[in-house]
Design a protein around this ligand. Structure first.
Ligand code: PMP
Length: 430
């Protein structure tokens, strides 16, 4: 694998961009590599600036559920661009995408578009605080809800990958209002909520955790959160930035049959352009300005290119059989990978919900932050580098998910499985 141009670009990038990247995990430090610079994506394949090709399981960290440069999405963006890229005024496409989202997501009666997942969660929490008149936010260890101040407490994703507990620059005064408790533990949740019910605005949860690697909710966990929050009059926010339109068309809330009060979306609804959204019961959403007093705004919010991409994406996902196909392909891939683990004797735990999965390098089940942390990250790093050298592009961290897209062919998955077998055997060589 030649990487001259990537290395040159990284050197140039480091002179003008902190760490040479615009988001920390991209730097690939925890897997002992420098990043590749990508020049093109088509279907399931990425091409880097040295013309190496990779089967991509990162899928831009989730959005590319149809694969890269899907013709319908690209055509929609091109058609929208001809008419201008931003007006700062309402456009018909905002109403179209909002209607599609309201129709799809059980908890959403009204939705506001923003520009990223971080903006969505940050705004949803402000709304929950404004609506309830309370300050405390309860989150779960290892869940990541973007980089707003309130969430940088025992967060997953880049903080977990880089071993950063919180962040300088986040005032103590703010994080004192964030309580982070173990995922999949209803007892601790119940104690926490009962003790401080009068001060708690909301519980925010990734209904399938994706940012400590994929960790599914234990049976009864989401039901328990819903029951307790309802009883104690605390708002429940599902952060479906990853799971929305991914684990089912209507997200995890459709898949598990649990309806939160507010939902955050991102990634897929923008078709690969920068979009986030938060929505929920009309009664709560009507507290947002200008109808209500909770302020939230955005120059580029509802951007016409992003809306067009999102509409094209959702229309493709409405085609019959999409989610059945994703499930079938992902289940077969899981089976192949588990078989390889058994046959080679490299102990792994594969967690999967639909087309979101993580292979943890540990013999024990992974059900929360603590058990995820028992993974052998050195081994993951070696596996990552070996897979990359054979043209398989995995997430550059043990604590991120892999995504299967509609563009992955059975042959792509067979190839990835074959390379996994080779890599696992190599892990055992001394
Ligand atoms: N919530 C979840 C569950 C996420 O996975 C992410 C990003 N990976 C975010 C929020 C933040 O989204 P963004 O990176 O678009 O700000």
């Amino acid at each position: 694998m030649k990487r001259t141009v990537s290395d040159e670009m990284f050197e140039a990038a480091r002179r003008v961009i902190p760490g040479g990247v615009n988001s920390p995990v991209r730097a690939c430090r925890s897997v002992g590599c420098d990043p590749l610079f990508i020049k093109r994506g088509l279907g399931a394949v990425l091409t880097d600036v040295d013309d190496n090709e990779y089967i991509d399981f990162v899928c831009s960290w989730g959005p590319m559920i149809l694969g890269h440069a899907h013709p319908s999405v690209i055509a929609a963006i091109q058609a929208a661009a001809v008419d201008g890229t931003s007006f700062g005024a309402p456009t018909p496409t905002e109403v179209d995408l909002a209607s599609l989202v309201v129709e799809a997501v059980p908890s959403i009666e009204k939705v506001r578009f923003v520009n990223s997942g971080t903006e969505a969660t940050m705004s949803a929490v402000r709304l929950a605080r404004g609506y309830t008149g309370r300050n405390i936010v309860v989150k779960f260890d290892g869940c990541y809800h973007g980089h707003a101040d309130s969430f940088l407490v025992k967060a997953g994703s880049g903080l977990l990958t880089l071993g950063i507990p919180g962040s300088p620059g986040v005032p103590e005064d703010i994080v004192k209002n964030t309580l982070s408790i173990p995922y999949n533990n209803l007892e601790i949740l119940e104690d926490t909520l009962r003790q401080k019910a009068a001060e708690i605005a909301c519980v925010i949860v990734e209904p399938v955790a994706g940012n400590m690697g994929c960790v599914p909710p234990a049976p009864g966990f989401l039901e328990g959160i819903r029951r307790l929050t309802k009883e104690l009059n605390i708002l429940l926010i599902f952060d479906e930035v990853i799971t929305g339109f991914r684990v089912a068309y209507g997200g995890a809330q459709e898949r598990f049959g649990i309806t939160p009060d507010l939902t955050c979306l991102g990634k897929i609804i923008g078709g690969g352009l920068p979009v986030g959204a938060y929505g929920g019961k009309a009664e709560i959403m009507d507290c947002v300005a200008p109808d209500g007093p909770v302020y939230q705004a955005g120059t580029l919010s509802g951007n016409p290119l992003a809306m067009a991409a999102g509409i094209a994406m959702l229309k493709e996902l409405q085609r019959p059989g999409v989610y059945t196909e994703l499930e079938r392909k992902s289940a077969r891939f899981e089976e192949m990978l588990n078989g390889i683990s058994r046959a080679t004797g490299v102990p792994t735990q594969l967690n999967r919900v639909g087309s979101v999965m993580t292979v943890f390098f540990t013999p024990d089940p992974v059900s929360d932050f603590e058990s995820a942390m028992r993974s052998d990250t050195e081994r993951y790093g070696q596996h990552y580098r070996q897979m990359l050298s054979t043209g398989i592009y995995l997430a550059p961290s043990q604590f991120e998910a892999a995504f299967v897209s509609m563009a992955h062919s059975e042959k792509d998955l067979d190839t990835a499985a074959k390379m996994t077998e080779w890599s696992f055997k190599k892990l055992l060589e001394k």
